[in-house]
Design a protein around this ligand. Structure first.
Ligand SMILES: Cc1ncc(COP(=O)(O)O)c(C=O)c1O
Length: 372
């Protein structure tokens, strides 16, 4: 398979470990091993005694049990553990899609959500959302663009990079259409549980749609990206089996320490999520003040979930040039919207899941004072 560069990951590769202020990270502040150990007496001894053999290819039973408890009606044997969410996206697309299939993708999107399908030879219809419409998904667009050969509809809510949440009436309409037209819903839910208001959380697609695939990961809501533990949850037995077989050619099974730490983390999921939501809420207060003060420079639509948003330059300016100047002169990394799609050239992604955001925003203030 030939596949174009992942623009956003390449941009990160250039700056992530050199820029002092990462102001566009998509995850939440990570926890240390010690912090996890302190959550449970005896955990450190257990980790020390862990045997480092191969693990079960589907994921350890204990881990799958903890993951299944994140859903309403999903059993442990309906969970398939992967190495991050990324592996699951790659495998899903490889087993379900064929050249010539039509796929509709929530847009803008994390590049692998369309690029892998594109590289397989699928026809992609971007389900475009815009800042002017508050990133709302237009259901009429979906209905008008469904075709005989539409094999999958890819949704990502809460959304990267806008923080948009799909309202429940739209998610049930998508499920209804999937039954009527026979397409599969692939629902990237890696930011689930980071809704600022609990009442805004729609049901997971795998709970309400027997054919849908829901994607989850330890990286975002739980602040444990370095574990590289992701999963799919689905009642669709056929796709589950096919994905499990494909995985024999990618990673076979997960790392044993990662499975142990992910299981431990999920036993204390409320604590992890509470801490991350507090960081996000505190940081959003800082950002609200910052954007209020700089309305002449930026457009700011406060998101409804997650640690990222997609503001824009108010004067139709070139956000890529702005981000380039910012990282080179002040060491502050924002993600230019063009790394998602050239059409978003005024936008940039800002991340606020990290504890040092207030310091980074102070530096940004200084940069604006000196540059603008
Ligand atoms: C929407 C979305 N899906 C999937 C992924 C991949 O997650 P991971 O890096 O944990 O595999 C990311 C990572 O940024 C993401 O933002």
């Amino acid at each position: 398979m030939k596949i174009p560069y992942f623009k956003l990951e390449r941009y990160f590769a250039e700056y992530e470990f050199t820029a002092p202020y990462l102001l566009c990270s998509s995850d939440c502040e990570s926890f240390s091993v010690q912090e996890l150990m302190e959550m449970e007496p005896g955990a450190a001894d257990e980790l020390n005694n862990l045997r480092l053999g191969y693990t079960e290819s589907l994921g350890s039973p204990g881990l799958r049990k903890e993951i299944s408890s994140l859903y309403d009606g999903i059993e442990p044997d309906q969970i398939l553990v992967h190495t991050g969410a990324e592996e699951a996206i790659f495998i899903f697309m490889n087993v379900v899609l064929e050249k010539g299939d039509h796929v509709i993708v929530h847009w803008p999107c994390y590049q692998s959500l369309f690029e892998i399908a594109n590289s397989i030879g699928c026809e992609i219809t971007p389900w475009v959302t815009s800042e002017g419409d508050h990133w709302e998904l237009d259901m009429d667009f979906l209905k008008e663009n469904l075709r005989e050969n539409t094999k999958a509809v890819v949704i990502n809510c809460p959304h990267n990079p806008t923080g948009y949440i799909l309202p429940e009436n739209k998610s049930s309409e998508i499920s209804r259409l999937s039954q009527e037209h026979g397409f599969i819903v692939f629902s990237d839910e890696v930011y689930r549980f980071l809704e600022y208001e609990e009442k805004d959380r729609s049901p997971s697609f795998c709970d309400v749609n027997d054919n849908a695939i829901s994607l989850g990961v330890m990286s975002k809501s739980f602040g444990l990206a370095g574990l590289r533990i992701g999963w799919i949850a689905t009642k669709n037995k056929m796709i589950y089996e096919q994905m499990a077989c494909f995985k024999d050619y990618t990673t076979i099974c997960s790392s044993a320490p990662s499975e142990f730490l992910a299981t431990l983390g999920l036993r204390h999921k409320d604590q992890l999520i509470r801490r991350n939501k507090k960081i996000i809420a505190d940081n959003l207060e800082v950002l609200d003040r910052f954007f209020e003060k700089h309305q002449d420079i930026f457009n700011w639509h406060k998101p409804k979930a997650g640690p990222i948003a997609f503001p824009s330059l108010a004067d139709n300016g070139d956000a890529e040039a702005f981000c380039d100047r910012l990282v080179k002169k002040a060491g502050i990394l924002l993600m230019p919207g063009v790394k998602y799609d050239l059409a978003y050239n005024k936008n940039f992604r800002i991340g606020f899941g990290r504890q040092n955001l207030p310091e980074a925003v102070d530096k940004l203030e200084l940069f604006l004072e000196n540059q603008m």
